[in-house]
Design a protein around this ligand. Sequence first.
Ligand code: GUN
Length: 301
Amino acid sequence: MASSSPSDHKATIIDGKAIAQTIRSEIAAEVRHLSEQYGKVPGLAVVIVGTRKDSQSYVSMKRKACAEVGIKSFDLDLPEDVSQSDLICKVHELNANPDVHGILVQLPLPKHINEEKVLSEISLEKDVDGFHPLNIGKLAMKGRDSLFLPCTPKGCLELLSRSGISVKGKNAVVVGRSNIVGLPVALLLLKADATVTIVHSRSSEPEKAIREADIVIAAAGQPMMIKGSWIKPGAAVIDVGTNAVDDRSRKSGYRLVGDVDFHEACKVAGWITPVPGGVGPMTVAMLLKNTLEGAKRIIVQ
Ligand code: GUN
C-alpha cells in the first residue's frame, strides 16, 4: 500500500443519510410489530405557526418521514397571528388525545408568543423534542434521566457511536450555546463522560480550545467559520450547521454549507459529517425514534 502524507490524508466521511435510513427501517419494523400485536400505531402532532419557509420545509420533512415509517401524523397549521392562549389550548387538546404520543411545536415561534410558556405546557410524556424545562433540567443533573433527549443532540451522539467513536474521557468542544443544540449536546457529552468545553460568540480565542478537541460539535450557525488549521489531526468533527450561501452556479441560486470548512477539515480530521447529508437526516430519525419510544411506554403495558 502507498504510504500517505499529511497532505493527502482524507477523513472518513460519516454518512448521516445512510445511518438515518438504517434507523428508519428499524423504526418501521417496530411500528409494524406494534400495529400487529396491539392494533395501535404511534401518533405525532406537528404544530407550525406562521409561514417561515425554513420551518415549513422542516415540518413537511418530518410529516413525510412519519408517513414512511407508519407513524400517524396530526398536522396543525396555525396562522402567524394566532394568540398565545389559543396555541396553548391546542396543546392541551393534544395532551388529552390518546392517539397522540408526541407533540412537536416547530421553533422559532412568532415574537408575540412566549416560547418558554408554550413548551412548558406540553405534557412531559409527549415532549418528543425534549425541550420541556423539566426534561432539560434532568438532562443537566447527574443520576437523573429525562424522558426524551432533544433530537439533534441525540443524533450527534448516535452518529459518533454508530461510527465506533468513543466519547468517554475525550476532550469535546461544542461551538455554540443554543437551547436547541449547543447547550443540550454539551450536557449529553458530559453525561457520556467527555471533558466538555463550550465556546461561543463571546469566547476570546475559540480556535485555541478547538485545537485541543478530540471531538468537535459545530453548532454556531456561521458558514465555514471553523478552518482546517483549527482541527486537531484525527479529530471527529460533527457539523450541525446548515447555512444557505449564494451560489449563482445553482438553479436555486444557493447551496448549503456547514459551520466547518469541509474541504480543509477533510485533510486533517479523522472523521467528518458532510452538509447536507450528515446531522440533518439524523434529527428527523431521532424524532421518529422518540415518538416510537413515547408510544411504547403507553401502548406496551
Ligand atoms: N427548530 C429548529 N430545530 C428544531 C427542532 O429540533 N425542533 C423544533 N421543534 N423546532 C426546531
